[in-house]
Design a protein around this ligand. Sequence first.
Ligand code: ADQ
Length: 459
Amino acid sequence: MSRLVVVSNRVADPRRVAAGGLAVALGDVLAASGGLWFGADAEVAEDGCSAASQLRTQQAGRVTLATVVLGRTDHDRYYRGYANGVLWPVFHYRLDLAQFDAAHLEGYRRVNRLFAQQLRPLLHPDDVVWVHDYHLIPLAADLRALGCHQRIGFFLHIPLPPPLILAALPAHDWLIRSLFAYDLVGLQSQADLSHLRRYLAVEARADLLSDNLFGAFNRVLRADAFPIGIDVAEFEAMTQAAPAQKTLAMLREQYAQRRLLVGVDRLDYSKGLPQRLRAMQALLERHPEARHSATLIQVAAPSREGVDAYGDIRRELEGLAGAINGDFGDLDWMPVRYLHRTMARNRVPGLYRASRVALVTPLRDGMNLVAKEFIAAQDPADPGVLVLSRFAGAAEQLTDALLVNPYDTEATAEAIRGALQMPLQERQVRHKRLLAEIRCHDVHWWRRTFLDTLTETRA
Ligand code: ADQ
C-alpha cells in the first residue's frame, strides 16, 4: 500500500472528535499507511517572513502532521487576500465581492511555491498525494517544477463557476492550466464538471477525449464528480450519545408548544441567511396560523471576520432577526432565535433531531454537509423535513428534499409551510430514500472512490 500524503490549508489531528468527518475519514487511511498531513500552521509569524526553517512536525498516532509557519504578509495575501477575497467569491458566482489585487495573487503564488519547496523533501517516490481545495490549486504544478513524479490528485470542495464567470478572474488561464499538473481532479457535482468541460473547450481549446478526459498543454487531465458525504454511522452514534441526547431533551422541554425549524451554518454570504430570514418573514406575514407555533433556531458560526463582506452580512442578519422578532414576537414567543456562535459538534445532532424542519438554503454551495447531517440525525419513525436550495451541490443527490430557489422569497415561504404541514407518511417515505442515499454515498465511499480512481488513472 502506498503512503497517503494529504495537503490542505489547515491540518487536523484525526484522533480528535472535534476535527469533524473529513479528518476522521482521511485519518483512517492516513493512519493505515503511516501517512503525512501537510499544511499551514495555525500560528502566523508576526515578523513578516515565512522562513524556510519554520517547518513544524508532530506525531498524531501513526500520522505525521507537518505545518509551515507563514509570515504575516504572506499569510494575509495568500489566505485572506486571494483565497478568501478572490477565489471564494468568484467560485460562488459573486464577482461583485471579489477584490482583485495583483499583490494578493503574487502572495498566493509565492505561498504555493513555498509549500512545494517544503513538501518535496518529505515525499517518497511511491507516495500518493491528495491536495485539497482552492487555497492550493497550483501546488501540483509547483511540485512538478521541482521534479516530483508522484501521483497527485486534487479535490475542489467549493463550486466551479460557469466559464464566463471564471474568465473574469485575472490569470484564470494560468490557474486552470495548473490543474493539468494533477493526475485527477475531483469536483463536487455534475454541474461543476460541466462548467469545467465547457471552460476547457472554449477558453483552453482542449481536446475533449471523453466526458472525463481532456487533452491540453501536452497533458491529459482526468476530471470527475465525487460528491462528498458524511460519516453516517459516526453521526448516528453521536446522535445517540449523551451530549446530543441532553440537548434534545432540553429543547423538547423548552419548546414543548412549538415546532422547531433549524439552520446551522458558517456565517458566510454564500449560505443565503438573509434570504432565509426573509422567507420566514413572508411565511409569518402570509400565514398568521404559523405565528406562535413555529420558531427558527439559526446558529451561525463566526467566520473569516477579517474580510469586509463578512462584517456586512453579520450586521444585515442581526438587523433582520431583530426586525422579525419586533414585528411578530410576543411575550411568550419569539419567531427567530439567532445565535452567533459555533456549537459543540457533539451537541449539534440533538438540535437537528429536535427540529421538524431544516432550512439549508445557500445561494451557492459546493455540497453542504449540514443537509446530510440533518437526515442522519432524524428518527426514522417520525422524521423532520429538509428544505434544500437547488443551488447546493447536495441537491443533485437529495432529490427527495423540498427543493427551493432561495432568491424566490414567496415560493420558499410556501415550501417551509409545506414542510411544517407534511403528513407523517410522506415524511417517512422521503426520509427513507434520503437516508439510503447518504448511506450509499458516505464519506468513506467518497474517499475510496477518489483514491481508487487516482490509482487507476496513473496505471
Ligand atoms: P463549509 O462551507 O464549511 O464547507 P458545510 O458543508 O455545510 O460547509 O460544512 C459545515 C460543517 O460545519 C458541518 O459539519 C456543520 O455541522 C458545521 N457547522 C457549521 N456551522 C456550525 C455552527 N454554527 N456550530 C457548529 N458547527 C457548525 C466546504 C464547502 C461545502 C462542502 C464542504 C465539504 O463550502 O460546500 O460541503 O466544504 O466539502
